[in-house]
Design a protein around this ligand. Structure first.
Ligand SMILES: [Zn+2]
Length: 460
């Protein structure tokens, strides 16, 4: 434990003790407040999470944020007194903005959404700047502002964001354009770095939500990479500092997602920005946000917010050396295994359209990345029996005939099914089939739209 939270951090214990030993505790409380003024506003992971809940200004699910929303957020940020500037335009002519906060000598540069459909960090940055400005009188916030200047570009790839695609409007992956500089977005990013020479960079992305932390079944909700600045993986002082900064973020995030933190593969990618930032003199930390089954996108924004402010405070307070880089080095590596979002187990698959073939099978479904407000599209990832693929959620379909809603059950087809109890006598080639044999349960658009609860969940 590296921070001392003190008795005030736990309100429950405090109230209990207060009722028991009112006077002595009150005296002790005053003594604690007088002797440890910093403790009162101590930055802890849980206070940061609560601060995000209370003070975040982003309103949308990250994946629903359009460029026009970022413009509005930037206006709100500017109205709060934060320095904002339009620093460039995308290939499609959309404005790209930079925010700046703090007045200290240590320069920190952060950018998000260079891949248009990787959205979590954009509202997290907006919320972080709003928080820093609103609470600039809190001890640790003031310390950040005195020690460092933070610049951030939210949504570097607004055209890709608008299309909800990885690449820019030219169809180029900006994160493979650090040397060619064929895109205006890559040229802008390089210029912002070269003109300012920040001491540390934060490269903010999303990874596939089926990415696992190690060989088990735990999703890698957050993965880190302390990026080397060369192919030889030279350990520079900046690299070591960044490992310790990441260790501080791991320590904080473990309180929310123990076991769900991974290490991103560290192959040198000559055309990627993170690697080149290091080579150009700005050692970078890559943060990849994945998924966590049962938690929505806003939970992930909160984790980003907690991680960013933990890292900035660690650096500003000069506390890197309180953290052991081994914590980063020993993280489980990102892995890709036999997992799907959903598996229907053991149902009897009936393909009415294809001469009524019948076979027992497990059907894993994988959902594509999409905007939160869009209906999720899942596709059949495999068909076998028994399937080694594990689902974050699984249904026991052994008592059911499983019939594809539109066509036949085959690889790549949309994962939408009608379920019929096997106890029913069903004439599969009947004329007027749909009227005579209505399904008992229907799964479509990522949820049960009829007969929810009939097909039981498998508990693991
Ligand atoms: Zn990315």
């Amino acid at each position: 434990m590296l921070y001392t939270y003190g008795p005030l951090a736990n309100g429950g214990d405090y109230r209990y003790l207060l009722s028991k030993h009112m006077r002595s505790i009150r005296i002790l409380l005053v003594a604690v407040l007088l002797s440890l003024p910093m403790t009162y506003h101590a930055q802890t992971p849980s206070t940061l999470a609560a601060a995000w809940e209370k003070d975040h200004i982003s309103r949308h699910f990250p994946s629903d944020i359009r460029h026009s929303d970022v413009k509005k957020y930037i206006e709100e940020i500017a109205a709060m007194g934060i320095r904002t500037e339009q620093v460039g335009r995308s290939f499609g002519g959309r404005e790209i903005y930079q925010m700046e906060w703090g007045s200290g000598p240590l320069k920190v540069f952060m950018w998000s959404q260079m891949h248009g459909d990787e959205t979590t960090a954009t509202p997290a940055l907006i919320d972080m700047f709003a928080y820093l400005q609103k609470h600039r009188e809190i001890d640790w916030v003031r310390e950040i502002g005195e020690k460092m200047t933070i610049r951030a570009v939210p949504m570097l790839n607004p055209d890709g964001a608008e299309l909800f695609q990885r690449r820019n409007l030219q169809g180029i992956d900006i994160n493979r354009d650090a040397q060619n500089l064929a895109t205006p977005e890559a040229r802008l990013l390089k210029r912002l770095r070269d003109e300012w020479s920040p001491a540390i960079g934060f490269n903010l992305h999303n990874q596939n939500d089926l990415t696992l932390a190690g060989r088990g079944t735990k999703q890698a909700t957050i993965s880190f990479l302390v990026v080397f600045g060369d192919a030889q993986k030279t350990r520079t002082p900046g690299h070591l500092r960044n490992e310790k900064v990441v260790a501080s973020m791991i320590t904080a995030l473990r309180e929310f997602i123990p076991g769900n933190i991974g290490r991103y593969a560290d192959e040198w990618t000559p055309s990627a920005f993170g690697d080149n930032f290091g080579a150009w003199g700005t050692p970078a930390i890559l943060i990849e946000t994945g998924g966590l089954f049962g938690k929505d996108e806003k939970f992930l924004v909160k984790l980003n917010f907690v991680a960013f402010l933990t890292a900035l405070h660690t650096i500003a307070a000069g506390r890197e050396n309180n953290y052991d880089p081994e914590l980063y080095r020993t993280l489980p590596e990102n892995a890709f295994g036999n997992v799907a979002h959903l598996v229907f187990r053991g149902g009897t698959i009936v393909n009415r359209a294809a001469t009524t073939t019948i076979a027992q099978g497990d059907i894993p479904i994988i959902y594509e990345r999409r905007r939160a407000s869009f209906v999720p599209t899942g596709r059949i990832a495999a068909i076998s029996f028994p399937s080694p693929i594990r689902g974050f959620i699984e249904y026991d379909a052994r008592d059911y005939f499983v019939v594809h809603r539109f066509g036949i059950t085959r690889l790549g087809e949309i994962g939408e099914f009608n379920f019929y109890k096997k106890s029913r006598s069903i004439q599969w080639d009947s004329d007027d089939f749909d009227r005579k044999f209505p399904p008992d349960a229907v799964f479509a658009g990522g949820k049960w739209i009829k007969g929810e609860g009939l097909v039981p969940k498998l508990t693991k």
